[in-house]
Design a protein around this ligand. Structure first.
Ligand SMILES: O=C(O)/C=C/C(=O)CC(=O)C(=O)O
Length: 206
């Protein structure tokens, strides 16, 4: 059975939980509690030298980096998370990367907490998150292609990146009222069990 080293509020872990649900893979979970520094302990670093969640034990090996894990599942299980045409694939990747490589690293809590400390009170968690998440999602709103989901009528890796980012947006009070396409995509994705079941509120938190 696959085993996910997971932290419920991590966007990267949340992405992989969605993909595992879409793949209909049975898996067990071990919580790596970032608040307690479990990701920096030797036994976890042996699994993921970056000290980041998630890590996935699957098919006799351990995989890290959420997008790499999702692409592995997509390629081995033919999940259809990428369109067929190269130009469409490039656009879907651009949307996924706009979140996973541009918004997420800047809004990772460890980065934000460092910025807040260094700012001497000028920056708060909320002001930072609201600025960068709103800016990044405003661009994503324009990138959405007509259809039910982020890129047409099939679920793609872009949708898998979007939902955890929206959870973070809610957590930090980001106003999404000027993003009707994102709201509509979110409504459609929430009705898919793999997305609903991956939500942090439904995860093992101990
Ligand atoms: O909420 C926490 O206790 C920590 C969360 C993270 O470090 C992960 C992220 O900030 C993220 O994945 O966005």
């Amino acid at each position: 059975m696959a085993k996910l080293y997971d932290y419920w509020r991590s966007s990267a872990s949340y992405r992989v939980r969605i993909a595992l649900g879409l793949a209909e893979i049975d898996y067990e979970t071990e919580v790596v509690d970032l608040r307690k520094g479990a990701h920096l302990e030797d036994d976890y670093l042996a699994r993921n030298p970056q000290g980041l969640v998630p890590a996935l034990e699957v098919d006799g090996g351990t995989l890290t980096q959420s997008l790499a894990i999702i692409q592995y599942l997509d390629e081995t299980l033919k999940l259809g998370l990428m369109p067929n045409l190269p130009a469409s694939r490039a656009r879907v990747r651009a949307m996924a990367y706009a979140i996973a490589m541009d918004i997420h690293p800047v809004c990772n809590l460890s980065v934000v907490q460092f910025a807040v400390e260094q700012s001497g009170g000028a920056i708060t968690n909320e002001s930072w998150m609201q600025h960068f998440i709103h800016k990044g999602l405003s661009a994503y709103e324009v990138m959405i292609r007509d259809g039910k989901y982020s890129y047409g009528d099939e679920v793609t890796i872009a949708d898998i990146c979007l939902m955890p980012q929206l959870y973070n947006a809610d957590r930090w009070g980001v106003n999404l009222d000027d993003m009707p396409k994102i709201q509509s995509v979110r409504d459609a994705l929430e009705s898919i069990p793999a997305f609903a079941n991956a939500h942090p509120d439904r995860c093992n938190q101990s």
